[in-house]
Design a protein around this ligand. Structure first.
Ligand code: PSU
Ligand code: MN
Length: 309
């Protein structure tokens, strides 16, 4: 939309800085999906391919991470490789930002921390795979992803394929409603469950074109409502998994996590890795397909939003 001045503590790639100064479309991308969401080297190939999809759609990609303590907006090809290959890179959610910045180390940003840095840079559209949410059993563990609290307080729209049923999808939607976050079906009346187009849960509102999505962003951010937006974009039909196939794999992964006592920030990466192993790589193919699709749709929304001026 209008030109923005990024926060002075951020490092911006020159092409990202120029695009923002000129009000041209920029699409933010996260780095935890690279470092902790997919195996190497598929993760690096995915990161590069998604950046190319954004360019082909007419926007500038800005993969966000913390590099040597500096929140960085727009990674080089070598930096994408580093974040994919180095398994020791820390997963950084909101609460981890000050420590990683103060100690000058690298960190891979989650949906929450990527949103925050994107907002500080003046980027309004962010593409990812899946959102974090309310974990199964959160009634007692209280494990609710900071992705939800961030959606409540940062004016960035996030395009995802919904929430997978390693989480409690119904409770996740309840929390988003409480936080005042519009959950918007993109071409669907049903909230997608990441690997499949259905979840049995309705979305409260729907858009069908990039222009409608952009107008919704302009309304929310223009009024200064203060919160983010979740665009839920279902996996293409050709790539979706049958519920009976993925549900069994998820049940097994959850049981394994329980048995091994995995908790806290390690639970999501553990479950994601276990799903790939238990499905023999099938879930990874669906994950890759939906991320590509989100990149196409998200770029079109960013272009339409920039065109609103
Ligand atoms: N879900 C996915 N892929 C991912 C993640 C979630 O399908 O890569 C990552 C994202 O970075 C998300 C984070 O923000 O996991 C959520 O972690 P937690 O539940 O610890 O907040
Ligand atoms: Mn958690």
């Amino acid at each position: 939309m209008t030109a923005t001045t990024p926060h002075p503590m951020l490092a911006l790639a020159p092409e990202v800085r120029e695009a923002l100064a000129e009000g041209r479309p920029v699409v933010a991308l996260e780095s935890t999906i690279i470092s902790h969401g997919m195996p190497y080297p598929d993760n690096v190939a995915m990161a590069r391919e998604v950046e190319q999809i954004v360019r082909d759609g007419g926007a500038v990609p800005a993969t966000i991470a913390i590099l040597g303590g500096r929140p960085t907006v727009g990674l080089s090809d070598e930096q994408l490789e580093l974040f994919g290959a180095d398994s020791t890179i820390r997963k950084v959610s909101i609460r981890d930002i000050p420590h990683v910045v103060a100690t000058g180390v690298h960190g891979a940003t989650t949906v929450a921390s990527t949103m925050r840095v994107a907002g500080l840079a003046g980027i309004r559209l962010f593409v990812t795979g899946g959102l974090g949410g309310v974990h199964q059993g959160a009634e007692s563990s209280m494990d609710v992803s900071a992705d939800l609290t961030e959606l409540a307080r940062t004016e960035v729209a996030v395009v995802s394929a919904g929430v997978k049923s390693i989480l409690d999808i119904g409770r996740t939607l309840e929390v988003l409603e409480t936080y005042g976050v519009p959950v918007v079906g993109y071409g669907t009346d049903e909230f997608p469950s990441f690997f499949s187009r259905s979840s049995g849960l309705a979305v409260p509102m729907r858009v069908d074109t990039p222009e409608e999505a952009a107008r919704l962003m302009a309304a929310s951010f223009g009024l200064g409502l203060g919160n983010g937006i979740s665009f839920a974009n279902p996996v293409p039909e050709a790539d979706e998994m049958a519920h009976e196939d993925i549900d069994a794999v998820i049940a097994r992964a959850l049981a394994d996590a329980d048995e091994r006592g995995v908790t806290g920030k390690d639970i999501t990466p553990y479950l994601l890795g276990r799903l790939v192993e238990l499905s023999g790589g099938r879930s990874l193919q669906t994950n890759l397909a939906l991320v590509r699709h989100n990149a196409r749709v998200g770029t079109a929304i960013a272009v339409a939003y920039a065109a609103l001026g």
